[in-house]
Design a protein around this ligand. Structure first.
Ligand SMILES: [Mn+2]
Length: 357
């Protein structure tokens, strides 16, 4: 598995004319070889090396069988050691991740990389990561299954008087108890008028009858994320709230029906956006329709008016239209799907018809 990933990256590097690549971004390091300590990963022409310190050496050796693991000690600075290793194998040009390299690291590199050209690149590994293999899909499915189980648990817990903070804590505890390594991202809980905040952080606000309640949460399972949003209602639903809910639901269904390999990412967004616009809420849907999910909760591709490229089989994306009305409240419904040749597989099992508690 790691061999395939590294050889795919190596092909890309050769195409672009680089000797090797320095990988600093933790998710990219983990993707390529299973390394999850702190340090450098270098994919080279002849040698693939990990430079890490004493804390991670033993674990890294046992987890990354194909890699040469070099211990960083106190006698030289990490970038000096890295430069030495690269020059000893004749590296002339090294690709770096421009979105991840800090100015400080760049300055360090410039100091020691006298004979090595530093080439700024972006998204080389991230592009490989957009299409998931079977192992990755299995982890994402398990992460989503924990998320669904947690949603059904939290429905019993939600009632007037419970605070947003209480709900977030219960969600997080239950996900971990159910086998999650951790959270995919900080849980969003937004109730009543606060539900118009697309990314409302939970507060001490207590739920009241008549509230919309939007919860957006996800688990991590074996490093892979899930992501789901549901909006539920407390009490008896009025006509306007029901209407808004159903517009969002219908927009989501239309987008889901449109998803399949080969469709441009921006077109999927357009399907949902045009429907919401037609219903008069265009101004109230201010974010993209969805995003890729994998080792990071937000990764390529983007399903938005600016999303590049087309969907490919094996991509995992969210579909999450929303309508947010200041002072009134908001609704978002988000599912996680795998793109296939003739449609998509929806990993989200939680119900979507409006739930009134
Ligand atoms: Mn999302």
């Amino acid at each position: 598995m790691y061999r395939t990933r590294i050889s795919n990256l190596r092909k890309k590097l050769v195409d672009e004319g680089f000797d090797s690549m320095l990988i600093l971004k933790p998710e990219n390091q983990y993707y390529l070889c299973g390394f999850d300590g702190e340090g450098f990963l270098v994919i080279g022409k002849e040698r693939d090396i990990i430079l890490t310190d004493f804390r991670y050496v033993e674990e890294t050796k046992s987890k990354t069988a194909d890699m040469e693991v070099i211990e960083l000690k106190y006698d030289v600075t990490p970038y000096e050691k890295l430069a030495h290793e690269l020059m000893s194998t004749g590296v002339k040009k090294i690709a770096v991740e421009r979105q991840y390299l800090t100015l400080k690291s760049y300055e360090e590199m410039k100091r020691f990389f006298n004979e090595i050209d530093i080439i700024s690149t972006e998204n080389l590994v991230e592009e490989l990561r957009t299409v998931k293999d079977e192992t990755e899909l299995d982890f994402i499915k398990q992460a989503q299954s924990i998320t669904d189980k947690t949603f059904s648990h939290i429905l019993d817990y939600i009632r007037p008087g419970v605070s947003e903070n209480d709900i977030a804590i219960e969600i997080e505890y239950f996900m971990k108890k159910s086998g999650a390594d951790g959270l995919a991202f900080p849980t969003i809980v937004a109730s009543g008028p606060r539900s118009s905040l697309p990314h409302g952080k939970p507060t001490a606000r207590k739920l009241e009858v008549g509230d919309f309640l939007t919860i957006d949460f996800g688990a991590k399972f074996n490093h892979y994320c899930s992501d789901m949003t549901r909006t539920v209602f407390l009490g008896k639903l009025d006509k306007e709230k029901e209407r808004i809910y159903n517009i969002v639901l219908e927009a989501q269904k239309k987008a889901l029906e449109h998803i399949k390999a080969g469709v441009p990412c921006k077109e999927v967004d357009k399907i949902a956006r045009e429907y919401i616009e037609k219903k008069g809420f265009g101004q109230n849907f201010g974010h993209g329709l969805g995003h890729g999910v994998g080792l990071e909760v937000h990764e390529a591709p983007r399903l938005s008016p600016k999303g590049d490229g087309c969907l490919l089989p094996g991509m995992v994306v969210t579909v999450e239209p929303g309508i947010y009305v200041e002072g009134f409240g908001g609704v978002r419904i988000e599912d996680l799907v795998i793109v296939t040749n003739d449609g998509c597989i929806n990993l989200t099992q939680s119900p979507k018809d409006i739930i009134c508690l």
